[in-house]
Unconditional design. Structure first.
Length: 188
């Protein structure tokens, strides 16, 4: 049964897109698109990860990225390209870059998992900052005695501690994954 994450795979070479879909379909809800135009039709708020070919004949991956931003869609993007990365990638809005050919399912799954962990970290951080802001507001207006006697304040502090631990765990997982990927790339 696919997990809740939805992955949209976009590649103008249908066998490549279908192969990626086969590699990921057991773990994720997978959609495929075989052109930039098709991608724009299938790209919506349900997409968590976009695996995007950079060069396509009708609408390029870079143009799809522009529309993604115009629509205000919030998904992680893995740019998959036969084009060797150059300094121009610094201006593109993506989270990971894979060079074709991607011949190992694990490489593709690792990129998707890393992006999902980054999204989880972002969500945890937003919740943490929101609660920290509420805590600061209360502490600026309430006395220590009022804070000490408040069950709500105790719950808030517990939630902040829980989130701090989750953030630490998520950050550790990201560091391990990023270091492992970097080590493998440098070995090749």
């Amino acid at each position: 049964m696919p997990n809740q994450a939805t992955v949209l795979i976009v590649d103008d070479e249908q066998p490549i897109a279908d192969g990626y879909a086969q590699w990921l379909s057991g773990e994720y809800a997978v959609r495929t698109a075989y052109s930039g135009t098709d991608a724009l039709d299938k790209l919506d708020g349900d997409v968590d990860i976009l695996l995007l070919d950079r060069r396509m004949p009708d609408i390029s991956g870079e143009e799809v990225l522009d529309v993604l931003n115009e629509r205000g869609l919030d998904c992680r993007v893995v740019l998959v390209s036969a084009v060797e990365p150059d300094f121009d990638i610094l201006e593109l809005g993506f989270d990971a870059y894979l060079e074709k050919p991607v011949s190992e399912p694990a490489e593709l799954r690792d990129a998707v998992e890393t992006c999902l962990r980054r999204s989880e970290y972002d969500n945890q951080m937003q919740e943490f900052l929101s609660l920290a802001s509420k805590k600061a507001a209360l502490e600026s207006k309430k006395s220590n005695a009022e804070l000490d006697s408040s069950e709500e304040y105790d719950t808030l502090q517990s939630e902040l501690l829980r989130l701090r631990t989750e953030l630490s765990d998520t950050t550790g997982a990201l560091d391990d994954q990023d270091l492992r990927a970097e080590f493998q790339n440098n070995r090749e």
